[in-house]
Design a protein around this ligand. Structure first.
Ligand code: GLY
Length: 451
């Protein structure tokens, strides 16, 4: 069995490690723009190449007799890498371009959700004209402003957060309109959570819910990042979500998958990532991604007990309902070590020393059962590891409780990962989780009072 992986970040290191755990002993082939040393160590063969070059990737797959492919990031999905692989006879986990629009075109995604009565949409409208957009902002009063296209998760700005007032929302709208259309949406108040699922076109197999932390600094302040870390609770539900609320989110995602063929003529086969916000009116959709989250993939794939190669076969052949997908019943806390100054002025090319060698994901000796270390945007030179400008090392603690999982991740970051780096100490702590629970309790109580 030969598996092709596209992508070279922490998320893809988690996918690579899961592939290498397969009892089918698959050989891993990887295409990545920059060489991730963690993934390279697990790969039979690597191609350092543009991850968006669909033709070259399909050729590489054919030349090497690849049986199945897994596309990690959104950029290759947007560039039609899945289309090219399927056309070359290589089944791929990752939707074709038309279905990937759920992530790559925020305006299309909102229209699709509305047209098919999927649920979870805010009040919203899409604009190319500034005056009309400004009038809509005045009408809604409290808004989120989103560029319609891909921005690496960093383009969305929200009032009461990055946008202090209506004037700032309008100014940002004007800026976005210089290069893209803009989606103006009602701002939701609540707690965000991530629900990811393997999707075979019809059936969904859900992963445990996770909560990511986009802001760079403790207390959810500072600039937006790709995600500084995430946690999952033991079992499927985060501690602030009720089973009914969770079911609503699942149903929104099921409705979405069922609507794809009606809209695009194609089935969505890959990973569907629902970025939800839990409000006092239930879960609402902030956005969809057409791939695993980074860091959330490191949380859920560290827990995955089922052979991922079997899952890949089921996703691509439409038989997910025939297999049982199991996750270990543990909590996880993933914290990213990032270069000093990240994200605005990251210190590049500084050495990172990983003293937890046995815990590096997928290595011959690791992973140990309670600590897994993933390489992300780092490179290797003369046997040493160095930072680039982005997130460096993902450190996952796994344990029976969130408290223990957080301690494992934090201890490793304090004592086993050395370099000019920082990480968010608050992610996954009892104090932070309690704050989330209290926030939701307060919002639910406000709703009852208002009635
Ligand atoms: N963790 C957010 C994302 O992957 O988009």
């Amino acid at each position: 069995m030969k598996i092709l992986l596209i992508g070279g970040g922490g998320r893809e290191h988690a996918i690579a490690a899961a592939v290498k755990r397969s009892p089918q002993n698959p050989l891993l082939y990887t295409v990545m723009a920059k060489k991730n040393p963690g993934i390279a160590a697990l790969s039979e063969k690597i191609l350092i190449h543009d991850e968006k070059d669909a033709r070259a990737i399909a050729e590489f797959a054919k030349e090497n007799g690849i049986d199945l492919a897994f596309i990690g990031p959104e950029a290759p999905l947007s560039a039609g890498v899945s289309d090219a692989l399927w056309a070359a006879g290589v089944p791929a986990v990752g939707p074709k371009k038309d279905c990937a629009r759920i992530e790559t075109d925020k305006a299309w995604a909102r229209g699709f959700i509305e047209k098919h009565g999927i649920g979870g949409n805010p009040k919203y409208a899409v604009f190319t004209d500034y005056e009309q957009a400004a009038a809509f902002i005045d009408k809604l009063k409290d808004v989120a402003v989103k560029p319609a296209g891909l921005t690496g998760g960093k383009g969305v700005k929200v009032m009461g957060d990055q946008l202090p007032d209506i004037a700032a929302a309008k100014a940002y709208t004007k800026e976005v309109l210089k290069s893209d259309s803009v989606v103006i949406e009602e701002r939701f108040v609540g707690e965000e959570f991530t629900l990811q699922a393997f999707v075979d076109g019809k059936n969904l197999a859900f992963c445990p819910t996770a909560q990511d932390h986009k802001r760079a600094y403790e207390g959810d302040i500072g600039p937006n990042t790709g995600g500084m870390g995430a946690y999952t609770n033991a079992g499927a539900l985060l501690p602030f979500i009720t089973p009914e609320e969770y079911e609503t989110a699942e149903n929104i995602m099921k409705n979405t998958v069922a609507a794809f063929p009606k809209e695009t003529g194609d089935e969505f086969k890959g990973i569907l990532y629902g970025q939800f916000i839990l409000t006092n009116r239930g879960p609402k959709l902030i956005e969809y991604n057409a791939r695993f989250g980074d860091p959330e993939a490191m949380n859920v794939l560290s827990l995955l007990e089922t052979d991922i190669v079997e899952i890949m076969k089921a996703v691509t052949s439409g038989t997910l309902d025939k297999i049982k997908i199991e996750f270990s019943n543990k909590a996880t806390v993933c914290k990213y070590a990032v270069p000093a100054g990240y994200p605005d002025e990251p210190k590049k090319d500084t050495e990172v020393i990983v003293l937890a060698e046995n815990a590096i994901a997928g290595t011959a000796t690791g992973p140990t059962s309670d600590l897994i270390v993933y390489y992300s945007a780092v490179y290797e030179k003369d046997g040493k590891i160095f930072t680039t400008g982005s997130r460096s090392i993902g450190v996952v603690g796994l344990a029976e409780t969130l408290e223990e999982a957080e301690k494992i991740s934090r201890d490793a970051l304090d004592n086993k990962i050395k370099g000019e780096l920082f990480f968010r100490k608050d992610i996954g702590t009892s104090a932070l989780v309690r704050k989330r629970i209290e926030h939701m309790d307060k919002l639910r109580a406000e709703k009852v009072t208002k009635k």
